[in-house]
Design a protein around this ligand. Structure first.
Ligand code: SF4
Ligand code: FES
Length: 290
């Protein structure tokens, strides 16, 4: 199968990039990255610079790979990372435009490789638990309701690939953050930092120049791990509750909603409202052991 590729080439972060045209040969059993490997071997044999792209496991697990194919993050196949995308999804003679993730928070390092360190800094800000989890407990020693465990597992599928940011017109990291806060917030071990976590992660995302979520849904459409938009609703609920209950300066050094200026009576009232609000929320929330 012969394909025409237009690939973003950029020498380094400081230089200007451009699209370069290549003719590539592939067979239907190759993965997309293998097709690029073959093209790179050809480029190297001709003394040209190979196309730089991130990859590691090539099994859809590690989150290293990812770029836009014809404007779609990870390419045309839903729920699939680009390393798991095979050439049988394309036709002889297809013309493909391959570009890196585009977001201010993900600067291009070279060709299709972007710096996703911003995600690491968001995780460092709050995506952890401080309790000692010890060694693996007996399966039923820690009571976790089945619905909570299932949803936490769904959220834990996020591999931090960044496709959600690249697809979002606001370059929002909300789907990524919501996967992390949902995963940890549904389990007993994640409760001690549940509210601090959401405040510090959202504050860190703002500092990294990610945009806000405006419920467009492009992130969910391209996510290779089917992280659901409803997790962003959970993130927002946790954020509202945390903002009402805590003084922001204690959690993240920022007075995000102006709580510093609120009287304790007003805070108590907001706390009451937040509990009321929560009681109409997702029933799974009410199953989380406190
Ligand atoms: S939410 Fe989905 S698209 Fe976003 S980083 Fe996680 S796996 Fe990738
Ligand atoms: S290379 Fe690991 S998910 Fe694609």
């Amino acid at each position: 199968m012969k394909l025409i590729l237009h690939v973003w080439r950029q020498k380094n972060a400081a230089s200007k990039g451009r699209m370069a045209r290549y003719e590539a040969q592939a067979n239907e059993h190759m993965s997309f990255l293998e097709m690029l490997d073959v093209l790179n071997e050809d480029l190297v044999s001709r003394g040209e610079d190979p196309i730089a792209f991130d990859h590691d496991c090539r099994e859809g697990i590690c989150g290293s790979c990812g770029f836009m194919i014809n404007g779609i993050a990870h390419g045309p196949l839903p729920s699939t990372t680009v390393c798991q995308l095979h050439m049988r999804s394309f036709q002889e003679g297809d013309e493909l435009y391959i570009e890196p993730w585009r977001a201010a928070a993900f600067p291009v390092i070279k060709d299709l490789v972007v710096d996703r360190g911003a995600f690491d800094r968001i995780i460092a800000a709050g995506g952890y638990i401080s309790v000692s989890a010890g060694s693996a407990p007996d399966a039923n020693a820690v009571p976790v309701p089945k619905k909570s465990a299932d949803m936490a597992m769904d959220a834990a599928q996020c591999i931090g690939c960044g496709a959600c940011v690249a697809a979002c017109p606001n370059a929002s990291a909300s789907l990524f953050m919501s996967a992390k806060t949902t995963h940890l917030g549904l389990l007993p071990q994640g409760q001690p930092e549940r509210h601090e976590r959401v405040l510090t992660m959202v504050a860190a995302a703002s500092l990294e120049l990610f945009g806000n979520c405006t419920n467009i849904g492009e992130c969910e459409a391209v996510c290779p791990k089917d992280i659901r938009l409803e997790f962003i609703a959970r993130l927002n609920r946790d954020f509202i509750k945390a903002s009402w209950v805590y003084r922001q300066e204690r959690a993240c050094g920022a007075d995000i909603l102006g709580c510093r200026r609120l009287s304790s009576r007003r805070l108590e009232f907001l706390h009451f409202l937040s509990r009321l609000f929560y009681s109409f929320g997702d029933p799974v929330d009410r199953q989380v052991p406190k």
